[in-house]
Write a protein of this length. Structure first.
Length: 316
């Protein structure tokens, strides 16, 4: 009788253990999983949040260098497309002004950067939220000096004979002041498109070589010199610029630059758009030809071209 009782006891015990042990093990594993999830959630909340592109993480900006010979560059940042595009605009570009048309430079000197952006909209389809920013050469040099010299290659913008004419090598180190002086010298004697190509090369080098530090420094630097700027950038725009630059830097954004193609008429001193201009602006905004032709497309591209029969000299 006692032997049978012990056998029943051990049998019941083993059956119970076989049922309970998997349940206990599952409970322990579940508890460990919950603990790990809480730790990950805590680390996520206490660490730096991961930025993801939002709809507003883009900016189209007309930058103007003030002075007797104003200069112009379109800047396009888009975190979703992971790109930084630069398009140098010749200062002699013809835009509607007064009762006729005049150069972008004359427009700037007479009415400022806001009027330049308005005139540019009439020859190129720009986004409605495009902004403008104008700075004197002194302010611009002050902003750029904190990043040190940039290494610029001019061989893609200037011919060997032009480099030799200005006693320059194909590649060299340039400060902001020396680069501005060189571009001003070029504008006195070379075709507008060539000067714009050289300007694009300088800005291209600046963004490529400083992209990793721009998010933490450029928006703050603009805030510090805000009193010396002419701009319609708001405080909210600068915050968006900061986030956008951070996204672009983290993702090693593609930087590309170009000069706006067109035709230069030495007689009138005006630079006008042509079919190549349209293609360049489409590329600037990452718009394919089919998208640009679609009536539903809201992406910007040039809306005008050189009138037929105009006696113009190509500056390309």
């Amino acid at each position: 009788m006692e032997t049978k009782g012990w056998k029943s006891f051990w049998t019941s015990l083993w059956v119970t253990l076989l049922v309970l042990l998997p349940l206990v093990a599952a409970t322990i594993l579940f508890a460990q999983y919950q603990t790990a999830e809480r730790v990950r959630a805590s680390e996520s909340q206490s660490g730096v949040p991961v930025l993801l592109p939002r709809e507003e993480n883009h900016l189209t900006l007309l930058t103007c260098v003030a002075g007797d010979d104003p200069a112009f560059l379109l800047l396009y940042l888009n975190a979703d497309q992971n790109c930084i595009h630069l398009l140098a605009i010749p200062d002699s570009l013809a835009v509607p002004f007064g009762d006729g048309e005049d150069s972008l430079a004359v427009c700037y000197q007479a009415a400022g950067p806001a009027r330049c952006l308005q005139g540019l909209r009439e020859v190129i389809d720009l986004p409605e939220d495009a902004r403008y920013l104008a700075a004197t050469p002194e302010t611009l040099i002050h902003l750029c000096d904190q990043y040190g010299n940039v290494r610029v290659g001019f061989s893609g913008a200037l011919t060997p004979s032009e480099l030799a004419r200005f006693d320059q090598a194909g590649v060299g180190d340039w400060s902001a002041a020396s680069a501005h002086a060189f571009l001003t010298e070029l504008s006195q004697s070379l075709a507008p498109h060539t000067v714009a190509q050289a300007r694009a090369a300088v800005w291209d080098a600046f963004f490529r070589q400083n992209l990793d530090v721009l998010p933490a420094s450029l928006p703050d630097a603009l805030r510090q010199v805000s009193d010396s700027l002419l701009t319609d950038l708001t405080a909210g725009d600068l915050l968006t610029l900061e986030d956008t630059l951070e996204l672009l830097a983290n993702n090693q954004a593609v930087v590309s630059s170009d000069a706006l193609p067109g035709q230069y008429d030495r007689g009138t001193g005006l630079y006008t758009l042509d079919q190549d201009s349209e293609a360049a602006v489409q590329a600037f905004f990452n718009v394919s030809a089919s998208e640009a032709q679609s009536p539903s497309s809201s992406a910007p591209y040039p809306s005008t071209s050189v009138p037929g029969g105009q006696d113009a000299e190509s500056a390309m």
